[in-house]
Ligand binder design. Structure first.
Ligand SMILES: *Cc1c(COP(=O)(O)O)cnc(C)c1O
Length: 422
């Protein structure tokens, strides 16, 4: 057995240490296409595992409820300054524990229970927290939903406007989890203005692309920007809320004391490091490469005969409709997993199947780009996906094993940031 990278953990709790070691091997050897995932750098990983963990810091820098904040205040203030600089916003709150609580804080800041809120429907590509029924946001608030046009697979802004003017929602969310196309923040802004709604851009998926200039920024168009820090932004699991100065107080009050207690200072440190990394020219190149790879992969998948929702992609994400291949999304996703290609099954717009057993698979290029794969690799990735999906249809495990070995070879040549060399 190789020496553990976590000797204290291995000595204290060998069972748990072995799970972590196995996960390191799994991450190293497989091709991760889940578009919401990434690999953090070794520096982010170190910052997230520091003694900052030991400190309680309810409040904000300079205004805490506990003493001994000399260093914690510097950490949080640095993260805030970096967020403001990177995204060009007046105000940033780096304390939300994750994307879902960040969005809940937005409701707390701007709406009362029972108010109408508007977001994209989950099966169309929206997020649970945009007022979907099974989420607290859809039971405590009255969620109304827009979608994409059946003919184009793209948001129908006229329909969004009609719904907003009919419903006059307190809050409108734009952004989602399965949207392969550019979000027109200016179009949403004029709709929200007409309807008298607070406009929130939830850029959880695309924050890194925005930071790197590979997707238009919502700054100047929206009231609040909500984002996770662990997707394309390549930071630790966490979130940020950013806004104009006029909303700063409401947002801060909603996060603490409205919703949360002490911030996770070790995560704040990791966020600060990730924001520093995202401000480097290499990250701009990364963000553009993510998009170039996604476009190349989409082209290669079309050549392999796959149907893609909206016909392709503008960003990091591709939504594949497998109906024409005769393989349900979940069956395909599980077969791809056995082939060393990690994806998630996903509904496609107007899916005739159920969310638990949908027609599609969602993939993306943030992780493979972090490993240094480029457009030249995308045809072979598409070919692996095609072979694995066809093998799933036939139950041909030998093909899946063969693909898995080929994937592991390529992954060995492209080690992931933060992971041990396999
Ligand atoms: C991922 C995501 C979230 C939720 O983030 P969690 O950290 O999983 O709670 C919210 N909104 C959108 C659009 C997302 O993609």
């Amino acid at each position: 057995m190789p020496a553990s990278r976590h000797p204290a953990l291995a000595a204290t709790d060998p069972e748990l240490a072995s799970f972590v070691a196995d996960e390191e091997v799994l991450q190293a050897r497989t091709l991760r296409l889940i578009p919401s995932e990434n690999y953090v750098s070794a520096a982010v990983l170190e910052a997230s595992g520091t003694v900052l963990q030991n400190k309680y810091s309810e409040g904000y820098p300079g205004r805490r409820y506990y003493e001994g904040q000399q260093n914690i205040d510097r950490v949080e203030a640095l993260a805030v300054e970096r967020a403001k600089g990177l995204f060009g916003v007046d105000h940033a709150n780096v304390q939300p524990y994750s994307g879902s609580p960040a969005n809940l804080a937005v409701y707390l800041a701007f709406a009362e229970p029972g108010d109408t809120v508007m977001g994209m429907a989950l099966p169309m590509g929206g997020h649970l927290t945009h007022g979907w029924g099974v989420s607290a946001t859809g039971t405590w608030f009255r969620g109304v939903r827009y979608g994409v046009a059946a003919s184009t697979g793209r948001i129908d802004y006229d329909a969004v406007r009609d719904l907003a003017l009919a419903e006059r929602p307190k809050i409108i969310f734009c952004g989602g989890t399965a949207l392969p196309r550019t979000i027109d923040f200016a179009a949403f802004a004029s709709i929200a203005e007409e309807a008298g709604s607070v406009l929130v851009a939830d850029v959880a998926h695309i924050a890194g692309l925005i930071a790197g200039g590979a997707h238009p920024s919502p700054v100047g168009h929206v009231d609040v920007i909500s984002t996770t820090t662990h997707k394309t932004l390549r930071g630790p699991r966490g979130a940020m809320l950013m806004c104009r100065a006029e909303h700063a107080k409401a947002i801060d009050k909603a996060v603490f004391p409205g919703l949360q207690g002490g911030p996770h200072n070790q995560t704040t440190a990791g966020i600060a490091v990730a924001l520093h990394e995202a401000a480097q020219p290499s990250f701009t190149a990364y963000a553009h490469q993510v998009v170039a790879n996604a476009k190349a992969l989409a082209g290669a998948l079309l050549e392999q005969g796959f149907d893609l929702v909206s016909g392709g992609t503008d960003n990091h994400l591709i939504l594949m409709d497998l109906t024409g291949r005769g393989v349900p999304g979940k069956v395909a996703a599980k077969a791809l997993d056995r082939a060393g290609i990690v994806v998630n099954h996903n509904t496609v717009p107007f899916d005739p199947r159920t969310p638990f057993d949908p027609s599609g698979v969602r993939i993306g290029t943030p992780s493979l780009t972090s490993r240094g794969l480029g457009t030249a690799h995308m045809p072979v990735v598409a070919e692996w996906i095609s072979r694995a999906v066809d093998a799933a249809a036939k139950g041909d495990e030998a093909v899946l094993a063969a693909v898995r070995a080929e994937v592991a070879d390529l992954m060995a040549a492209h080690p992931a940031p933060g992971l041990p060399l396999s």
